[in-house]
Design a binder for this molecule. Structure first.
Ligand code: NAD
Ligand code: UD1
Length: 337
């Protein structure tokens, strides 16, 4: 297939591009390099012995995006491009709605205009909110989001569902990611957070390499086995592979499907810390801090639908996720350059 990957130089997009190229698909990346850099393409080339076609284009610039559709014929789109920092979305809601909603609408409009009807969208488990019991099942629908970032995911799901209703040729897969972590086992690709990380594993990685003194564990009084928050972590390479299954599914079906992508297992913050200690062969300091506002106690996926519709199951466990994260951190002290 010829696949347009928006946000393809980013963390999940770059890993997905590698899996697509390795399976013989053609990839065209559109990214404005807001949260990634051009050297990611060199890394992809080293891994796949080919360089994907790249357009440095902001999806908010509809005319430049139109050029991409004019110059290429696509079978499918995987739409990763967007802003993703929860805290920042609270202080900059207009920016987040502009980029994640207006930018996405430009893309959907051009897809319709150029007859590209298959799309996989990066949604998030955050759309379940705090409304439901674990494991989260797709049939629960959309909960109450607690920040503008989450709301942009919910709105995109609603917009795409309406598009599928109105335009019967569309085939849409809404992938609700749980917590993607880890890095490519080669150490060539991984997550490079800007500044002090907000998410757990990127933060632990910086404690492990000595950049930060100690992990703050946000709350130890949740109703979980050790009192710390439980999440469903998934290796980014497993997540990338789920996208291949999802575009294959989209190319053979019409309508819209919501599919969780997680491991189905929950780990506490302290369990993740232990796994990381094993990976880096060090004891990592931590202290218990107050709960982080907006956090829920427990979040993990019901994975039956992914298995049933996509025949998708994760391969890598939490130890491998931490090993690959640490390997990437050690090999790339200054990020991808
Ligand atoms: P990322 O920031 O590494 O990648 C996103 C890419 O999109 C970046 O390369 C960025 O430069 C690009 N981009 C942003 N706005 C753009 C625009 N207007 N035009 C063109 N390019 C633009 O993020 P990621 O972790 O790879 O996440 C990919 C997608 O998955 C995002 O939509 C994110 O919200 C979603 N998601 C991520 C997680 C996670 O934990 N990483 C969880 C759930 C959902
Ligand atoms: C966060 C976002 C969610 C987003 C997801 C992407 C919030 C409230 N939620 O989810 O919308 O889709 O990232 O991966 O930001 N923790 C610590 N110390 C830290 C960092 C985290 O104890 O320094 C704990 C958290 O309280 C939580 C767990 O680690 O229990 C995981 O946190 P994180 O990696 O930020 O992911 P989520 O909160 O699940």
């Amino acid at each position: 297939m010829r696949v347009l990957v928006t946000g393809g130089t980013g963390y999940i997009g770059s890993h997905t591009t590698v899996e697509l190229l390795n399976l013989g698909h053609e990839v065209v990346i559109v990214d404005n390099l807001y949260n990634s850099n051009i050297h990611v393409l060199d890394r992809i080339e080293r891994l796949c012995h080919q360089r994907p076609k790249f357009y440095e284009v902001d999806i908010l610039d509809k005319e430049k995006l139109r050029t991409v559709f004019k110059e290429n014929e696509f079978d499918a789109v995987i739409h990763f491009a967007g802003y993703k920092a929860v805290g920042e979305s609270v202080s900059k809601p207009i920016t987040y709605y502009q980029n994640n909603i207006a930018g996405s609408l430009n893309l959907y409009e051009l897809m319709n205009e150029y007859g590209v009807y298959n799309i996989v969208f990066s949604s998030s488990a955050t759309v379940y909110g705090d409304n439901f019991e674990v494991p989260f099942k797709e049939e629960y629908g959309l909960g109450d989001t607690t920040n503008p970032y989450g709301t942009t995911k919910k709105f995109n799901e609603m917009i795409l569902s309406d598009i599928a209703k109105a335009h019967e040729k569309f085939s849409i897969v809404l992938l609700r990611y749980f917590n993607p972590i880890g890095a490519h086992p080669s150490g060539l690709l991984g997550e490079v957070p800007n500044g002090i990380p907000n998410n757990l594993v990127p933060y632990i990685a910086k404690v492990a390499n000595g950049e930060l003194p100690c992990l703050n564990v946000f709350g130890d009084d949740y109703d979980t086995k050790d009192g710390t928050g439980v999440r469903d972590y998934i290796h980014v390479v497993d997540l990338a592979k789920a996208h291949i299954k999802a575009i294959e599914y989209a190319s053979k079906h019409n309508g819209v499907e919501v599919i969780n992508v997680g491991s189905g297992k929950g780990y506490t913050v302290l369990e993740v810390l232990k796994a990381y200690e094993k990976a880096c062969h060090k004891t990592l300091p931590y202290k218990i801090s107050p709960r982080r506002p907006g956090d829920i106690a427990t979040c993990y996926a019901d994975t039956h639908k992914a298995k049933q519709l996509l025949d998708f199951e994760v391969e890598f466990d939490i130890d491998k996720m931490c090993e690959d994260s640490y390997n990437f951190t050690l090999k790339n002290p200054n990020g991808i350059e």
